[in-house]
Unconditional design. Structure first.
Length: 613
């Protein structure tokens, strides 16, 4: 693999332009209240106020206050995020970022890309992602292929699970509620000899569910067992090792499968993922290196009327190296190499594989400690279609002596054709990658001494060279033309009343497919309002959430009705070690659909208890 003159010249020009502006660090200026540090936007620990891209962050505390047991339950509340589920619990569930396709959302858990290489278009299925072991979720919107390669046209969702703690901690919980739903969790976290910390988590979920299709009445049940473990070893002051492993085993009933059609359908999903890495820090922390080996194995088996129907298997192995050089407080270079091997096989498809080698570089520059610039370039060499180059640039500007922050970003992306699109019975090995260009412009303002925070962002995404299934030709083809998605994300947060937090966001999203029609299942309007109250000296918590969506259409120009969802969750610490909690979902018993023909949960209630020891 070789980097072309155009590749190096674009990167060098971006770095040179920014470097001329910055040689030293000046005095600090007033900062926004939020000094939170994130990693997804640059693959380094970087304060949020220095990031030009748009990022939302959810913590374990957010998940617990909302009592969100499935990741999609809380992701839908973020600006620019749309979720869908094809029926009952455990059914295929999707997340779209800023109107992009679900296959364009890259999902990473503890450094492992978790999409299934054997699925038709490699979209990650959120239907099996439980939350009991999640520490944080970072949602980075806009095309991000410069750092993350294929599958990141819409953005990246980076999930980190809980790590060990200095003191041994056990947490167990049990919850029961509507649809005969039972959830039980256990978590153990601790440390050994101040060198090793560890975390182990187990979760069991079982429900009778409800009918996936609106034309049927029988319940479609679901069972999920999720196990995870993490070990971190600080070998020396300069050398550390990390290991993580995650396994999901599910069984889901669904409707309308096989031929002739039957509603006695069952899918069994198993996924095992893991990563081992080493961190080496040199020269007083100015040069750090990480090398890691990650893998994922996904097996899906399908049954109709109790008999085996078909199966698929997908695997991915990734070797990644990243170096970070901090020349001074104002200049940082991030660079890396990745080698990825993907393989798939199935009942109706031969075993096929493909390799990709990648180089990337990113430069971060702080100009006078108020203007923060980032420029990056990536070159991917795909075994099938050859080389592809992506570029990114972002800027964040803290207006001196104010709490006003301006931000902008331009990002390029691509999605390599999936193994199924290339090599299945319906595939075409000559397919080329989908391509995207995105940009956004935003402003953030803190008022009332930081108690009131406002945000407004305009975004635009264009995707070309799309791959889709042509029913007349009976296979996947390249679609001429472009799809576009543009809109506005706005948000407001108020913390001016002690123990009360109020937040709201609204997203306007206009989309067009290659024919100028709206893209399916993308609401034109989505809004979310949340209120959280802590009382009884921090022992009690009440959370209320309202979610609104309107203006979505589905296939065949079917209009999806607007809907309003109201959820309430409450918890009480009875003792230092015992907490009881409960929630009501869809309080108004709204009858709605996010996918035409598929049911959604009605009014439901859940209660549980948690023991910490």
């Amino acid at each position: 693999m070789s980097i072309t003159y155009s590749s190096t010249s674009r990167f060098a020009l971006a770095l040179a332009t920014a470097a001329i502006l910055c040689t030293t660090t000046a005095n600090a200026v007033d900062r926004p209240v939020n000094d939170e540090t994130i990693v997804t936007s640059t693959k380094t620990n970087r304060p949020l106020y220095k990031v030009g891209n748009t990022v939302s962050v959810l913590t374990a505390d957010d998940l617990e206050k909302r009592q969100a047991r499935s990741a999609i339950d809380i992701l839908r509340e973020l600006p620019g995020v749309t979720v869908g589920r094809n029926g009952a619990f455990g059914a295929v569930s999707t997340v779209r970022l800023r109107g992009a396709n679900s296959r364009d959302t890259m999902v990473i858990i503890d450094g492992v890309v978790v999409s299934d290489p054997s699925s038709t278009q490699t979209a990650y299925d959120f239907g099996h992602l439980r939350t009991s072991d999640i520490k944080s979720i970072e949602v980075l919107r806009g095309s991000q292929s410069t750092l993350y390669g294929s599958e990141a046209i819409g953005g990246v969702i980076n999930i980190t699970t809980k790590s060990g703690t200095e003191e041994l901690s056990n947490t167990a919980s049990v919850e029961y509620g509507s649809y005969q739903s039972l959830q039980a969790t256990y978590g153990l976290r601790g440390a050994l000899a101040q060198k090793v910390n560890f975390a182990v988590n187990a979760e069991y979920y079982d429900t009778d569910g409800f009918s996936s299709r609106d034309t049927n009445t029988e319940d479609d049940g679901y069972e999920n067992i999720t196990l995870s473990g993490k070990v971190d070893l600080q070998a020396t002051d300069h050398l550390a090792f990390g290991f993580n492993l995650r396994h999901i085993d599910t069984d889901a009933e669904y409707d309308n499968c096989s031929w002739p059609s039957t509603n006695d359908c069952d899918s069994k999903y198993k996924q095992t993922t893991g990563r081992a890495d080493a961190d080496l820090t040199l020269f007083d922390g100015s040069f750090s290196q990480n090398i890691g080996l990650a893998f994922s194995d996904t097996d899906r088996d399908y049954y109709a009327n109790g008999a085996f129907d078909f199966a698929s298997q997908g695997s991915r192995v990734t070797l990644a190296y990243q170096g970070t050089i901090r020349f001074n407080e104002a200049n940082t270079l991030v660079f890396g190499y990745e080698h990825e091997e993907e393989e798939f096989s199935g009942t109706w498809n031969p075993s096929e594989d493909v390799n990709t080698d990648s180089l990337f570089g990113l430069y971060e520059i702080d100009v006078l400690n108020s203007l923060f610039l980032t420029a990056g370039l990536r070159l991917d060499d795909h075994q099938n279609f050859g080389s592809f180059e992506t570029f990114k640039f972002s800027a964040a500007y803290q207006v001196p002596n104010t709490m006003t922050r301006l931000k902008a970003s331009y990002d390029e992306g691509f999605r390599a054709p999936s193994l199924y699109e290339l090599f299945s019975f319906y595939g075409d090995p000559m397919l080329q990658p989908e391509e995207s260009k995105s940009y956004d412009l935003g402003v953030e303002q803190d008022l009332l001494g930081g108690d009131l925070s406002l945000g407004l962002t305009y975004f635009y995404l264009k995707t070309t060279n799309l791959i889709d299934f042509d029913f007349l030709l009976g296979g996947y083809i390249q679609i001429p033309g472009k799809t576009t998605s543009e809109g506005v994300e706005s948000s407001v947060t108020y913390n001016g009343i002690e123990n009360l937090t109020l937040s709201a966001n609204y997203t306007y999203n206009k989309t067009n497919d290659v024919n100028g029609d709206p893209l399916v299942r993308r609401p034109k309007h989505e809004a979310n309002l949340n209120a959280n109250l802590v009382f009884l000296d921090g022992q009690a918590n009440v959370n209320a959430n309202i979610h609104f969506a309107d203006g979505a259409v589905d296939n065949f120009n079917v209009d999806l009705d607007s809907y309003v969802l109201v959820d309430i969750a409450a918890s009480l610490a009875v003792t230092e070690n015992v907490e009881i909690y409960g929630r009501v979902e869809n309080l108004l018993d709204e009858n709605y659909q996010v996918v035409n023909g598929f049911n959604t949960p009605g009014l439901s209630a859940y209660a549980g208890a948690r023991l910490t020891f």
